[in-house]
Design a protein around this ligand. Structure first.
Ligand code: UD1
Ligand code: CA
Length: 502
C-alpha cells in the first residue's frame, strides 16, 4: 500500500482578517503550513498533494517543490477539497485500490508526527477503512464533536453549528486528521451533500457514510490535547504559538539545556542546542540557529540562522546569518550582520557592528567599531573607533588586515586597502594606501603647540567684552546673531563665549 497525503489549505481564513493566506502566518518564525508538511514528511506518506485556492500564488513559491499542488477553485467545504485531490489522482491514473489517503488540515500545525504514526498503526492493525484522530479538550467550541454509541464506538462527527445542545456538551473533538482506504473515500465523497447549517460539503460526514456501508472506523486520541489547537483567528494563533513555544522549551530542557526565566524565551522549531548551554532571559533564537555546548546566550540576545561554537558567550546581541566560533565573546550590545564570521576566542565588544567579514582567531574588536567587507587575520587589535570605510556610494570594497596588526583608536580604513602583518596604524589616522608588514603608518595632521597662547588670548577677550558692555550701556544697538540665542543677558554671554572658543 502506498500512502498519499492531502493537505487542505485552500480556505482564505476570513477570521484572520489578513491579506496573507492563513497557512502562511508564522508560529515562532515558521509558517504554519511548514509544520504540517514537516510532520507528514516524517510520517509514512510517499507524496503530498497540497490543495490550494485562496492566495495560492503566495504559497506556491514556498511549498511548490515540497508538494504536488492541486487547485480548488471555489472553496465549497473540506469534503469538496478532498474530492478535488482525489479526482486529481484518478485523472492521473493512480490505482486507488493500492492507495491509502492521509488527510490533514493546513491550520492545525501542532499535530505531532507521533500521533500520525499511531493513527497509522491503529488503522493497519484493525484493518480499518477509515481512522480519525480525536482529542479531549476543555473548550470544544467551534469544533466537530465525536459521537459514540453505548459501546464507545465512533458513530459520526457533528459540527458545532449542526449540533444539538446535548451534543455540544461533548468534549471529544475531531482534530481534522484522517486515514482512508482510497476506494472507500472515493465512494463516500460521492455521497456527500450540502444539506447542513453551513451549506458545505463536510469531509466529516464521510465517517458516518463509511460506517453505514459496513466499513470499519478506528479512532486514536492525540498524544497531547494541544495538538488539536487549530488556528482560525489571531487569538488562536497566539494560543497555538504559546503551546508550541512551551513544547520546544520543554524539549531542550530535557536535553540538558538550562533556560532561565523560560516565559521570556522564544526558540524556533529548527534551532539545535547542545547540552549544558545556558539560555539567559529575554533571548530569541530563530531559523537554523545552532548553539554549541556550554555556550551562554543572553540575556536579551536575538539570533537568527547563527552558528555558535562551544563555550561562546553572546550577551545583548543581535545577530543574523553569522558564525561565532568556540570561545568567542560577543557583546554586550553588538550587531552581527549576514556574513560575519567570528573566529575562535575573538572578542567583539560593545557597540561593534560586523558585516560580511572574517575575523581571525584571537583578534579583538572591543568597542565602538564598524567592520564591513573585511578580512582580518589572527590576534589583530582593532581599537576603539576603528571604521572600515567600505562603501564609495556605488560599490563595496574590501579591507584586508594581516595577523597581529594593531589599529589605533579612531582610525578610518578607506577600502580597498591592505594592512600588512604586524603593522601598526597610529590613532586618528585615515588610511587609503597599503601599509607594509611591520610598518607604522601615521596619517594625520601634525600637532602644533602655540606656547603661552591661552593667557594672552583670554586677556584680549576680556578687553573686547568690556568695550561691548560700555556700548550697550550707552544704548548702542545690539543684535542677536543666533536665531535661538536666549534673551536673558547672563545666558547670552555664556552663548557667545562658547561660540568663540570653538
Ligand atoms: C474542521 C472540521 C471540524 C474539526 C476542525 C478541526 C469539517 C466540516 N469540520 O472545521 O470537524 O473539528 O476542522 O480544526 O471538516 N479548506 C479547504 N477548502 C475548503 C474548505 C476548507 O481547503 O473548501 C481547508 C481550510 O483552508 C483549512 C481546513 O480545510 O485549512 C479546515 O477548514 P476550516 O474551514 O477551518 O474547518 P473548521 O470549520 O475549522
Ligand atoms: Ca479550522
Amino acid at each position: 500500500m502506498q500512502q498519499i497525503a492531502f493537505v487542505l489549505a485552500a480556505g482564505k481564513g476570513t477570521r484572520m482578517r489578513s491579506e496573507k493566506p492563513k497557512v502562511l502566518h508564522p508560529l515562532l518564525g515558521e509558517p504554519m503550513l511548514g509544520y504540517v508538511l514537516e510532520n507528514i514528511e516524517k510520517a509514512a506518506a510517499q507524496e503530498v498533494l497540497l490543495v490550494l485556492g485562496y492566495g495560492r500564488e503566495r504559497i506556491m513559491p514556498f511549498y511548490g517543490e515540497r508538494a504536488t499542488i492541486v487547485i480548488q477553485e471555489e472553496q465549497r467545504g473540506t469534503g469538496h477539497a478532498a474530492r478535488v485531490a482525489l479526482d486529481y489522482l484518478k485523472h492521473r491514473g493512480d490505482r486507488l485500490e493500492e492507495i491509502e489517503i492521509l488527510i490533514v488540515h493546513g491550520d492545525t500545525p501542532l499535530v505531532s508526527s507521533t500521533s500520525l504514526t499511531r493513527l497509522h498503526q491503529a488503522f493497519k492493525q484493525n484493518k480499518s477503512q477509515a481512522a480519525l484522530l480525536t482529542a479531549h479538550v476543555e473548550r470544544p467550541f467551534g469544533l466537530g464533536r465525536v459521537l459514540r454509541d453505548a459501546e464507545g464506538r465512533v458513530q459520526k462527527i457533528v459540527e458545532e453549528k449542526d449540533a444539538t445542545d446535548v451534543e455540544r456538551q461533548i468534549k471529544e473533538i475531531n482534530v481534522g486528521v484522517y486515514l482512508f482506504e482510497a476506494r472507500y473515500l472515493e465512494w463516500a465523497l460521492g455521497q456527500l451533500s450540502t444539506d447542513n447549517a453551513q451549506g458545505e460539503y463536510y469531509l466529516t460526514d464521510v465517517i458516518h457514510l463509511i460506517l453505514t456501508a459496513g466499513g470499519n472506523v478506528t479512532s486514536v486520541a492525540a498524544v497531547d490535547p494541544d495538538e488539536a489547537l487549530s488556528i482560525n483567528d489571531r487569538a488562536e494563533l497566539a494560543v497555538a504559538e504559546e503551546a508550541l513555544r512551551r513544547r520546544i522549551l520543554a524539549y531542550h530542557m530535557r536535553q540538558g539545556v538550562t533556560i532561565e526565566m523560560p516565559d521570556t524565551v522564544r526558540i524556533g522549531p529548527y534551532v539545535e542546542i547542545e547540552p549544558d548551554v545556558v539560555i539567559r532571559p529575554g533571548t530569541i533564537l530563530m531559523g537554523a540557529t545552532r548553539i554549541g555546548k556550554e555556550a551562554v546566550i543572553g540575556p536579551y540576545s536575538e539570533l537568527k540562522d547563527v552558528i555558535v561554537g562551544d563555550g561562546a558567550l553572546v550577551r545583548q546581541t543581535v545577530a543574523e546569518a553569522a558564525r561565532i566560533d568556540d570561545g568567542a565573546t560577543i557583546g554586550p550590545f553588538a550587531y552581527l550582520r549576514p556574513g560575519a564570521q567570528i573566529g575562535r576566542g575573538v572578542r567583539i565588544g560593545n557597540f561593534v557592528e560586523v558585516k560580511n567579514s572574517t575575523i581571525g582567531e584571537g583578534s579583538k574588536v572591543p568597542h565602538l567599531a564598524y567592520v564591513g567587507d573585511a578580512i582580518i587575520g589572527r590576534e589583530v587589535n582593532m581599537s576603539c573607533g576603528t571604521i572600515t570605510v567600505n562603501y564609495d556610494g556605488l560599490e563595496k570594497h574590501t579591507t584586508v588586515i594581516g595577523d597581529r596588526a594593531f589599529i589605533g583608536c579612531n582610525v578610518n580604513l578607506i577600502a580597498p586597502v591592505t594592512i600588512g602583518d604586524g603593522a601598526y596604524v597610529a590613532a586618528g589616522s585615515t588610511i587609503d594606501q597599503p601599509v607594509p608588514r611591520g610598518a607604522l603608518a601615521i596619517a594625520r595632521a601634525r600637532q602644533m603647540n602655540k606656547e603661552d597662547y591661552v593667557e594672552a588670548w583670554l586677556a584680549r577677550k576680556k578687553e573686547k567684552r568690556l568695550g561691548q558692555k560700555e556700548r550697550v550701556n550707552k544704548g548702542t544697538d545690539f543684535e542677536h546673531t543666533s536665531m535661538d540665542a536666549p534673551s536673558s543677558s547672563s545666558q547670552h554671554k555664556k552663548g557667545t563665549d562658547d561660540a568663540q572658543l570653538s
